[in-house]
Write a protein that binds this ligand. Structure first.
Ligand code: ADP
Length: 542
């Protein structure tokens, strides 16, 4: 017997329809490439998203055809999120931090038909357009009068004139909720990048779960600043969750420096912000230098790489801002776990609460996790046993676009490539990326743990730990450190700082001071590049 409830497919268009009807006056504020602040409402987003849909129809784009974006976080990008997917096309967000050759490779692999780009990326488009034969239309996200006369890009038009020619009347089509809605290529630290292809259903369920109180807790009373880019994993689903809840959206555009972000938070009364640790590092630096305070920020979700404990403490103790440590990945839409406390933790001491907060958090409803040993046997949830972390759920990948790399699943589970522990309360803690763990004398040393101690030192701006070959111990950790400007930390001082903070054999063998640690397109430390940089390095005493 089937249930007798109405059968409505879960479609992205329903999000913007809802936001328009119930939160029509809800604000969307964007720092533009031009530097000024643009301000309008969900009603305007909806109207212009319908114009986008009509513009794509006018180009005779088919169902599931790909529309690429190369853009910062901003209102036009948001309109494309809804207009492209809502009309049945696939929004393909490109990462502008990749090398132009790699971007061209990705455009060709995805067979994008239209490419919409912010003017800051005109040099990239100039470099690649001749090598992207599938792209029939280039659209610059700007006003008609900002379009360069001599771009050399055939048929280039401005977004504003492109949509102005269209009606704002449009009936969103109804189709199978399992249809593809957007796609994102993984950074591809090994081999060519592969794409995760999200569906309307997976996106809606992810946005729903992400908005829950024990996840990102979004509501119509929030002013939300996604510093996480809309070009990588849909800005952690925040644009969708915001439309679903009517939260005000604040977009930083290209200005991601500490000063600009701080001013935006204060100026737009931001209550909730989301970003990777490197962004917050810059903002906290700006704040402590200028002795600044927050007046509205209540919580911030930090993920993408491990959040150093010193950052959680700084936000919490100095600024009264709750940090939600979160973990996920491109293949998971991306939310997997968020660290929020349970009732039983509330009476605990600050130190004990901190131990919980440092973990990557509990699986949100919809994400099932397990850890396994090298033979694939389940490991206990005791907070001690560590092994490969596998996940499954309705917004987790089952295959890459075009079947690249074969089936990634093992008995229906997706291996994340992370090594983790899970405790009896279900809190997961990442020990390492499986390729980054340091194997020393038959034991594993977590590079994250080594980095966290260094990051707690006041003179350290950034730290990366890697393993170096050792004839006796197999590998030994060393830590590469970028000093904060104006400080004079020595190797001996930092090594002494480890005393009593970790087991003796987990203290790194050496400290190497570097000018910068190589970061990838999504702000993660590129340890392979660091190893390459230090290829002639020899451990002390060898
Ligand atoms: P890529 O495109 O490089 O795969 P993702 O954004 O998908 O990048 O990154 C996913 C990986 O980032 C995870 O598998 C994990 O290793 C790391 N990661 C994400 N969040 C955290 C976190 N809170 N703590 C530690 N590692 C994290």
């Amino acid at each position: 017997m089937l249930g007798l409830m109405q059968d409505h497919p879960l479609l992205i268009s329903s999000l913007i329809e809802f936001a328009e009807r119930h939160h029509g006056e809800g604000e969307v504020v964007s720092r533009r490439v031009e530097g000024d602040l643009h301000r309008y409402t969900y009603k305007d987003v909806a109207r212009r998203a319908r114009q986008v849909a009509n513009a794509l129809d006018a180009l005779k784009l088919g169902f599931s055809d790909r529309v690429a974006t190369l853009a910062w976080n901003g209102y036009r990008h948001l309109e494309l999120y809804f207009g492209v997917s809502g009309s049945g096309r696939v929004l393909h967000t490109l990462n502008p931090r990749l090398h132009p050759e790699q971007i061209a490779w990705i455009v060709n692999h995805a067979e994008d038909s239209v490419l919409c780009f912010d003017m800051s990326f005109l040099p990239i488009i100039k470099a690649i357009h001749a090598h992207c034969p599938t792209v029939k239309h280039f659209v610059a996200l700007c006003d008609a009068d900002k379009l360069p006369a001599d771009s050399g890009i055939p048929g280039l038009q401005s977004y504003e004139s492109w949509i102005a020619a269209q009606s704002s009347e449009y009936q969103w089509p109804v189709f199978d909720e399992n249809s593809a809605s957007s796609m994102c290529y993984t950074s591809g630290t090994t081999g060519n990048p592969k794409a995760a292809l999200y569906s309307h259903r997976s996106t809606l369920l992810h946005a729903l779960a992400g908005a829950l109180p024990d996840a990102l807790s979004m509501s119509a009373r929030d002013s939300v600043l996604p510093v996480v880019p809309m070009f990588h994993v849909n800005a952690w689903g925040l644009p969708y969750s915001a439309a679903m809840t009517g939260a005000k959206l604040v977009f930083p555009g290209p200005a991601m420096d500490g000063k600009s972000i701080y001013e935006l938070i204060e100026g737009e009364k931001v209550s909730f912000a989301a970003g990777v640790p490197t962004v917050w590092q810059m903002m906290l630096g700006h704040m402590s230098a200028g002795k600044l305070r927050f007046s509205t920020l209540k919580r911030t979700v930090i993920g993408g790489s491990a959040c150093p404990p010193a950052m959680i403490t700084a936000f919490n103790d100095e600024y009264g801002v709750e940090v939600l440590h979160a973990w996920g990945m491109t293949e998971m839409s991306p939310l997997g776990t968020v660290c929020t406390l349970k009732n039983k933790h509330l009476p605990m001491s600050v130190e004990d609460k901190m131990k919980v907060r440092l973990k990557q958090g509990r699986g949100i409803f919809g994400v099932d996790m397990k850890i396994v040993d090298a033979e694939g046997h389940d490991l206990p949830w005791d907070g001690k046993a560590y092994g490969d972390l596998l996940v499954k759920g309705p917004w987790i990948i089952k295959a890459y676009f075009k079947g690249e790399g074969g089936s990634p699943l093992v008995d229906g589970w997706f291996p994340t490539g992370d090594v983790a522990t899970i405790d009896a309360d279900g809190y997961m803690q990442i020990t390492d990326r499986s390729k980054d763990v340091i194997k020393s004398g038959g034991e594993w040393i977590s590079s994250i743990d080594v980095e966290n101690v260094a990051m707690a030192h006041p003179a350290v701006a950034m730290a990366a730990c890697i393993g170096m070959k050792h004839p006796k111990w197999d590998e030994r950790p060393i830590v590469a450190v970028v000093r904060k400007p104006g400080t004079e930390l020595t190797r001996e001082e930092l090594l002494a700082f480890y005393e009593g903070k970790t087991a003796k054999w987990q203290i790194p063998d050496d400290v190497v001071f570097v000018d910068a640690i190589p970061l990838g397109g999504t702000g993660k430390m590129m340890k392979a590049k660091l190893r390459e940089m230090l290829k002639d390095y020899k451990l002390p005493g060898l």
